[in-house]
Design a protein around this ligand. Structure first.
Ligand code: GLU
Length: 283
């Protein structure tokens, strides 16, 4: 028997909702509705520097205005740290991760989802990666240290995306040993995301195609943590008439601004639809 559909909206409260988010969240809403399923809301507020409660409030309000509904209560990642720590311990015991002493500069951009327009997480050059014959599971957790996941070099990670079809990435080349824990005591986006998707029994993740490579990383984490893998449906990104990603433009495309200009929800959603690119490859 197939499990009832559970989807999620996972906004980061680091800015206002724009047309691109609206398109993705609308797709999530529609897919949950079509399956008579449930949609949950998770506020990804682990980036303590950039997350602001007034953005979270504005996002919720804009979602409601658009007619996107979810099942309360909303989860806040900042309140779920013990759960992530438990997963970290599990990875430590199973020897999947190792402590990394590389500088802050090397680690820039690890807290938020590594979207393509933030240049993604660079392939880690392996400076702190221990030799394979050094048992890692005997080393107890050390606070104030970053931890990385050792990816299986050259392994091809494939998955069938429900929207974009077969995807494949080479571990160690397309992405490297990625951060799972930061020395400031917080999990990375990758770890928190898989822990929460599993804890809330998400059956399908709907998100932008800029996170395709993160999905490959998350599949490895799910395997290591022995948790189930949901289906994935990555949406196309919105572009303007010149093919430039809307996320890179900040002028007049916040839902808030469009509302203030007097547009109705259906008009905003139609605008989002018109901007949806038909490009299907990452090139
Ligand atoms: N919070 C992420 C973002 O801002 C979304 C991550 C996800 O859907 O897995 O895009």
């Amino acid at each position: 028997m197939t499990r009832p559909y559970i989807g999620r909206l996972a906004p980061s409260p680091t800015g206002l909702l724009h047309l691109g988010h609206a398109a993705t969240f609308w797709a999530a809403h529609q897919r949950a509705k079509a399956d008579n399923g449930t949609l949950l809301l998770r506020i990804e507020d682990l980036d303590t520097q950039r997350s602001k409660s007034h953005f979270a409030e504005a996002i919720l309000e804009d979602l409601q205005w658009l007619g996107i509904t979810w099942q309360p209560p909303a989860l806040h990642q900042s309140q779920r740290l013990p759960l992530y720590r438990e997963a970290l311990d599990q990875l430590l015991i199973s020897g999947h991760i190792y402590p990394c002493h590389c500088s802050r500069k090397d680690l820039a951009g690890m807290m938020h989802a590594p979207h393509e327009d933030t240049d993604d997480e660079p392939v880690y050059p392996g400076i702190c990666r221990p030799a394979l014959d050094v048992p890692q599971n005997k080393i107890p957790f050390q606070p104030n240290i970053n931890y990385r996941f050792r990816v299986p070099d050259s392994e091809i990670i494939t998955f069938e995306d429900k929207n974009l079809g077969l995807q494949s990435y080479k571990a160690g080349t397309d992405f490297g040993d990625f951060l799972v824990w930061r020395k400031d005591g917080l999990p990375s986006y990758q770890l928190a995301c898989v822990v929460d998707d599993a804890a809330t029994q998400i059956t399908e993740v709907v998100r932008g195609r800029d996170l395709l490579k993160s999905t490959a990383r998350q599949l490895l984490l799910q395997l290591a943590l022995n948790i189930s893998t949901p289906d994935y449906f990555h949406t196309h990104l919105l572009t303007d008439e010149r093919g430039i990603r809307l996320a890179k433009r900040h002028d007049a495309l916040a839902i808030r601004t469009l509302r203030q200009q007097g547009l109705m929800p259906a008009e905003v959603l139609q605008m989002a639809d018109l901007h949806m690119t038909t490009v299907t490859s990452d090139s």
